[in-house]
Each structure stands twice: as structure tokens, then as C-alpha cells.
Design a protein around this ligand. Sequence first.
Ligand SMILES: C[S@@+](CC[C@H](N)C(=O)[O-])C[C@H]1O[C@@H](n2cnc3c(N)ncnc32)[C@H](O)[C@@H]1O
Length: 278
Amino acid sequence: MSQLLSRISAIVSDRGGVARALKLALDRPAAVAQAVRRLAEKDWRTLAGGSQANASELQTELRQSGLVDALNTRLKDEFSALAGQMVRGKEAVPGGMRTLHAELLWVIVRSQKPKTIVETGVCNGLSSAVLLEAIAKNGSGFLVSVDLPEFTDAQLNKFDVWDGKGGAAIPAGKDVGWLVRPEHRPSWRLELGRCQELLPPLLEELTPIDLFIHDSEHSYDNQLFEFRAGFEALRPGGVLVATDITWSDAFDHFWLEIKGTGAERAFVDPSCAIVIKR
Ligand SMILES: C[S@@+](CC[C@H](N)C(=O)[O-])C[C@H]1O[C@@H](n2cnc3c(N)ncnc32)[C@H](O)[C@@H]1O
């Protein structure tokens, strides 16, 4: 119980404080009840890092490296110069994953030392940079990333994106994944295009994979498609990371399909889950 309360209080303070949490509880009581149920499940650190102690040590390793802070500072500097620029009527934002989710990736890669990692959703490259830094520290592993990029300069946008997409974009003059250090590029393959088209042949080529991360189009159809395809491509013991699962019911529906297989899950916070294939 005390662990549940401390997880809830960490999330409340991270997301704008008690007043905002109370407003959410009044506006969307079912979502809040679901969030509390999720947080009451097993601790994600055990699944991601083998034990809570090992995971906490690896979280400290990443924090002390200053990597995520440095990446966020670079993003902030770049985006403050954009001063409210819009993409498709939405404010252009860096779209980088939350620090706790980056820590989750770090803990998984540093403790489980996956050889083949597939991620969807690169944008400016915060998650890719963290994954590749962990791969470099391990001394082995390879990352394959898929992204359908959206640039603040509309002339560069070659593909139509999902209507529900927010303003995550790449600033003028920058390439997809520009946060990735040049010396890490030999361990990285970047495929540009729609996940729905690129993932099936890619996963067929790479199967079995050790880690799959979804952070691209958060529509119900695409999330369900990616969770199914990524999970199927995992080896037994492999890990699936599902971000932004509050955007649709896809994760709950996917879990109903696989929970009888012995798969285990944990929630990092109400919007992000980790699933281990057994
Ligand atoms: C939230 S951002 C990814 C952020 C990244 N993981 C990070 O931590 O910096 C989502 C990215 O997915 C891309 N995207 C949107 N729809 C997509 C699709 N159908 N297939 C592939 N990528 C898509 C977006 O353009 C954007 O670049």
C-alpha cells in the first residue's frame, strides 16, 4: 500500500500537482480508477531489471550520466527558437519520451543486454540516443528504428500522417534522429516510412528479436497492430514496451489476447507498460 501511494504521489507531482489530479478525478473518474489499478500491479523494476535493487542502480547510473538532461536541454534550445510554430494547426513540440520511460529503456538494455532491438517512432531521436548509448556501454547490440517523420518545414513532409497525431516534429535544418551521436550510427539502422507498411517485412527479416518498443502512431488500429506484430517477433523472454497506452484501448485488448500465454506485465506509470513473453 505504501508503495502504491508513493508511486501515485510521484506521478501527481510530475503531472502538475494535486489540483490537476483532483480535476482529472472529477472529469474522468474511470481513467483515474484504471490508473490506480495499473499502479497497484507488480513493480516494473523487477520485470525490467531482474530485481528492484538492480533496476534502481541502473536508473541512478543513467541519472548520474546526465544524458537525458543533456538531450532535453538540446531539444529545449532548439524548440525555444521556434516560438510557437505550428504543424497542421498544432504547436510544434519535440515529442521526446518522458524521463521515466527513457529510464525504463536504459534499465532493460543495460540489464538484459538485448542483441536486436526494434523501435517505432524516432522524431528528434531522444529514445534512440538513449538506447544507442546503452548499447555502446554494453559493447553489443543493434537498434533498428522506423519513423514517418513530420518536419516543421511543411515542404519536407512527404507522407500524410494520422489525423490524431499531435505536434511532435523535427525543426528546420535537422534530420530524423539528430540527437543520436555520430559514433553510434554504425549500431543503428533507420527506416523511413509508415510502420504499417515497413514493420511486417522488417520483423520477418529480424525475427526473433529481443526488445520491441512502440512510440509512433498512437491510433487504436496501429497500436494493436504493432503490439501484435512486435510481440509475435519476440523470442521467449523478450520484452515489449508500449508507450502512450492511454491514447486508445489497444493495450487492454492486446493483453486479453496474450495473457493466457504466461506473458507477464507491469506498468511503469498509467501510460506505459512492459510485457515479457514467456
Ligand atoms: C512521439 S514521437 C517519437 C519520439 C521518440 N520515441 C523520442 O523519444 O524522441 C512519434 C514519432 O512517430 C512518427 N509517426 C507517426 N505516425 C507514424 C507511422 N504510422 N509510422 C511510423 N512513424 C510514425 C511521428 O511522426 C514521430 O516522429
